[in-house]
Each structure stands twice: as structure tokens, then as C-alpha cells.
Design a protein around this ligand. Structure first.
Ligand SMILES: Nc1ncnc2c1ncn2[C@@H]1O[C@H](COP(=O)(O)OP(=O)(O)OP(=O)(O)O)[C@@H](O)[C@H]1O
Ligand SMILES: [Mg+2]
Length: 332
């Protein structure tokens, strides 16, 4: 069985009266990509900052390879690499100089330095941009530079705080490839993300956190199984009040427990059969409740999140919704 590189016990962080991290227990195995998934303000960065020894825990302990971070920070710091939410490259410096300064900071030996920087630039697909100022780079290029910069001292534990937030989907997928490549050289990665599909695509295991607490830990498929083997119903109604009415109707007549957010409704269909959808739409129509769109799909991590926290991760409507009209047309 793989050894634990990181062990977190009963970790708590309070800022005055406010509890940002509320009793987290976590074990991360050597060589895995571990995802900490949660919405804004869930406590992801606060947890990361305690792992890095930047924040002192209010209580609890963190050990890396058996070494207590709080007590022996100097020993564990060289084992870690960090890429934060903020861009951590200097825009006024060239890509090469950014890496050289990082290498000097981490005491990379003079003999190895140039070779290491060349390898890093190649890994980041920035070889041709070595002498260009990082400030002129696109968001994706800057992020790739930040990633190889975090790796310059060969850390055994790499911490990525929202490595792809703000990037478009193309650059995000490209970053996933670069992050995955790093596990081939044996580095353990902890990353935080607000993107469910990122955790799904990249992470060996995922902890879902909300309000400073771990709601569930497991592989993506283990987490999805928590929602059951049924399907997920998503509906958009004509108005917020209609969404409430629809939820009551589905609760009473179909024994569902819908979660409502604005004009959106989501429910787990434990025992799915294809007849359910027309029956539900007919029942809603009889009550003059207007369904703008409806979609039934297999559980995703988003649904796990809703089941665990009672609210969704994203505010905007999913583009995967199939309009009610399309569904009705298909029935005919
Ligand atoms: N230094 C601080 N002083 C006071 N409150 C703080 C401090 N740092 C974080 N908080 C609060 O703790 C909570 C958790 O913040 P944290 O930054 O850990 O969230 P997060 O999960 O990283 O969110 P995001 O996705 O927005 O980065 C938030 O409510 C935040 O306002
Ligand atoms: Mg954060």
C-alpha cells in the first residue's frame, strides 16, 4: 500500500470568531493527484496555507513524511512546490529570468541551473519564448511558466491552488496534460479547484469541502455512486415561484426531494424509468406550471455536490440542458 506523504489531523483555523476550517482529517498518498473541491470561501486556500506553514493552525496537526509542519517547518518547506491563485510570474522579467531567480532562491547548483531551466522551458512549451518578457504572454503561457517554476527545486509535494481558474477551456485542458505529466516523475500533487470537471478529469481522489468541513472523500466514481444508480433530473421553470410550485408537486406526487435555486430545480430519480418524464411533464402542465427546459442525465460530481451540500457549484445554467420542446418532440 502506498505510503502517506501528508497526514492532517483535526485541523481547525479560526479568524476571530469565524471558523474557516472546521476539523479536517485527511491522508494523501505518495504519488497521487489529490483534489480539494469546493466553492468560493469553502476553506481551500486556508487549508493550503496551513500545509505550507504560512498560517498557524488554531488546533490540529499536519505532518509531511512524518515531519510536523508547525514544529519543523524548515525541514518540510524544501520538499514543497507552490503555485498560487495569483499569477506568480514576474511580468517585467523574461521567462528565463523568472526561472533563474526561482532556481537561485531554491539553491539549485550553478552547474545544473542552465540545463534545468532549458528542461523547464521545454516542458512548458516556452523554449522559443525564453527571452521574451512574461508580461507579454497569454494567460495559458503564464500559467505554464508558473507551473514549471513551482517545480524548479524538484519538490516531492506540489501544491496548486486553483491552477486553471480564469483560463479558457482549451488552456485548462492543456494545463491538465502538463499537471498529469508531473506524476510520471513521482511527484505528489494537491490541487484545489472550483471546477467539478477538473477534479473528475485529473484527480485520483477528491475531497469535497464546504464551510470548512469535508463532506466526502473518494475517487470520482466512488463519489458519483453516493448519488445512487438512478438519474438526475434538471428543470428550468418559467419563474422562481413556478420552480417552488414544481418542487412541491414533484415531492407530493413523485416522492422526490428537489433542490431549488432560483428558477432551477434538480432532483435525484432513484428508480428511473423512461415513463417518468412524460408523467411529470403532464402533471406540471395540468397545474399550468411552465417548463422552460428539462434534462435527465447520469450523476456527475455536480450532483454529488448538490446531494452533499444542498446547493450547486455553478450559478450559470448548464449548456447541456435539453429544451422541453426538444424532449416533447422526441416523445412523438
Ligand atoms: N486572513 C483571513 N482573515 C479573515 N478571514 C479569512 C482570511 N482568510 C480567509 N478568510 C475567510 O475564510 C473563508 C475561507 O477562505 P478561503 O480563502 O480558504 O476560501 P477558498 O475555498 O480558497 O475560496 P476561493 O475559491 O474563493 O479561493 C472565507 O470566508 C474567507 O473570507
Ligand atoms: Mg482560494
Amino acid at each position: 500500500m502506498a505510503k502517506n506523504i501528508l497526514e492532517i489531523r483535526h485541523l481547525v483555523k479560526k479568524f476571530g470568531d469565524f471558523t474557516a476550517v472546521s476539523g479536517i482529517n485527511l491522508e494523501i498518498k505518495t504519488g497521487e493527484i489529490f483534489g480539494i473541491l469546493g466553492p468560493n470561501g469553502a476553506g481551500k486556500t486556508t487549508t493550503i496555507n496551513m500545509i505550507l506553514g504560512l498560517y498557524k493552525p488554531t488546533s490540529g496537526s499536519i505532518t509531511i513524511n512524518g515531519i510536523n509542519v508547525e514544529k519543523e517547518g524548515d525541514k518540510v518547506k524544501p520538499m514543497m512546490g507552490l503555485m498560487t491563485q495569483e499569477t506568480v510570474v514576474d511580468g517585467d522579467l523574461t521567462a528565463w529570468d523568472n526561472l533563474e531567480i526561482a532556481a537561485e532562491l531554491y539553491h539549485v547548483s550553478k552547474g545544473k541551473m542552465a540545463g534545468k531551466i532549458r528542461d523547464a522551458l521545454e516542458e512548458a512549451e516556452l523554449t522559443d519564448f525564453a527571452q521574451k518578457k512574461a508580461g507579454t504572454f497569454s494567460g495559458g503561457m503564464q500559467r505554464r511558466l508558473a507551473l514549471v517554476k513551482a517545480m524548479i527545486q524538484d519538490p516531492m509535494l506540489l501544491i496548486l491552488d486553483e491552477p486553471t481558474t480564469g483560463l479558457d477551456i482549451q488552456n485548462r485542458v492543456s494545463m491538465w496534460g502538463h499537471i498529469k505529466d508531473l506524476t510520471k516523475i513521482g511527484v505528489t500533487i494537491i490541487l484545489t479547484t472550483q471546477y467539478l470537471e477538473e477534479a473528475d478529469a485529473l484527480c485520483d481522489r477528491i475531497a469535497i469541502i464546504d464551510h470548512g468541513k469535508i463532506k466526502a472523500i473518494g475517487t470520482a466514481s466512488e463519489l458519483k455512486r453516493m448519488v445512487g444508480t438512478g438519474r438526475i433530473l434538471e428543470m428550468i421553470l418559467d419563474s422562481d415561484s413556478q420552480a417552488q410550485q414544481a418542487a412541491s408537486l414533484l415531492k407530493v406526487h413523485f416522492k422526490l426531494s428537489p433542490a431549488v435555486k432560483g428558477d432551477k430545480l434538480e432532483a435525484i430519480l432513484e428508480k428511473w424509468n423512461p415513463k417518468m418524464l412524460p408523467e411529470m411533464l403532464d402533471a406540471l402542465e395540468r397545474k399550468k406550471i411552465i417548463v422552460a427546459s428539462v434534462n435527465v442525465h447520469f450523476p456527475t460530481l455536480d450532483d454529488v455536490f448538490i446531494k452533499l451540500t444542498g446547493s450547486g457549484m455553478r450559478d450559470e445554467a448548464s449548456t447541456e440542458y435539453v429544451s422541453a420542446r426538444t424532449q416533447i418532440m422526441r416523445r412523438r
